[in-house]
Design a protein around this ligand. Structure first.
Ligand code: SAM
Length: 171
C-alpha cells in the first residue's frame, strides 16, 4: 500500500490495492473481512467488486435490466454497475463518499463520477435523498413508503441476505 492507508478510506484503499493487483496480471486477491455489530462476519475476495454482470447474483442482473432513463449509482464502489450501465447506453452518474472508490471508478472508465455522500446528495443540480442500503425487512420497507408518492411494487429474493425491492413513483 503506497504510504499506508488514509484515515477513513479503508474501503477505497482496498479497491485501489485490488485494481493494482489486477492490472499487474492478477494471480492473488485482497480479502475483505466484514464484521457487523449484529454478529455477521464474512471474509471474501475484493475481486467481486470488479465482477462482470455474468458473475453477479441474479437479483443484481435483474436490477441492471430494470434500469432506464438517467441513473444515479449511489455508493458505486469500483464502478461495476456504472460500467455495465454505460455499456448499455444508459446515462449514469456514479457517486461515492470514498476518494479511493472514485479514483478506481475513474481509472476503470466510468465517465461521470462524483465524490459526495448520499446525504449531501447534490448531483447535477438535482436534490437526491438516496441511500446505498436500507437495512430493513420488506414489510418495514412497505411501512416506510406508505403515505409517500412511492409504491413498493415488487420484491425478489426476500429469503437472501440482500433482496431487490422495486419502488415506483405513483401518479
Ligand atoms: C459494499 S460497497 C458496494 C459498491 C458497489 N455498489 C457494488 O455493488 O459493487 C458500498 C459503497 O458505498 C459507499 N458508501 C457508503 N456510505 C456512503 C454514503 N453515505 N454516501 C455515498 N457512498 C457511500 C462506500 O464507499 C462503498 O463504495
Amino acid at each position: 500500500m503506497r504510504g499506508g492507508p488514509r484515515a477513513g478510506d479503508a474501503f477505497g484503499e482496498m479497491l485501489l490495492a485490488e485494481l493494482e493487483i489486477m492490472q499487474a496480471g492478477g494471480g492473488r486477491s485482497v480479502t475483505e473481512i466484514v464484521e457487523r455489530d449484529d454478529g455477521f462476519i464474512r471474509a471474501a475476495s475484493a475481486a467481486r467488486y470488479f465482477a462482470r454482470p455474468a458473475e453477479w447474483a441474479p437479483f443484481e442482473r435483474r436490477a441492471l435490466d430494470l434500469a432506464a432513463g438517467r441513473v444515479i449509482d449511489v455508493g458505486c464502489g469500483a464502478g461495476r454497475f456504472a460500467l455495465a450501465l454505460q455499456e448499455r447506453g444508459i446515462a449514469v452518474t456514479a457517486l461515492d463518499i470514498s476518494p479511493g472508490a472514485v479514483e478506481v471508478s475513474r481509472r476503470r472508465g466510468v465517465r461521470d463520477v462524483v465524490r459526495a455522500s448520499a446525504q449531501e446528495g447534490a448531483v447535477g443540480g438535482e436534490a437526491t435523498a438516496w441511500f446505498p442500503y436500507l437495512l430493513c425487512s420488506p414489510s418495514e420497507l412497505a411501512g416506510l413508503v406508505a403515505g409517500t408518492e412511492w409504491e413498493l411494487t415488487d420484491v425478489e429474493h426476500v429469503d437472501q441476505v440482500n433482496y431487490l425491492a422495486v419502488l415506483t413513483r405513483g401518479p
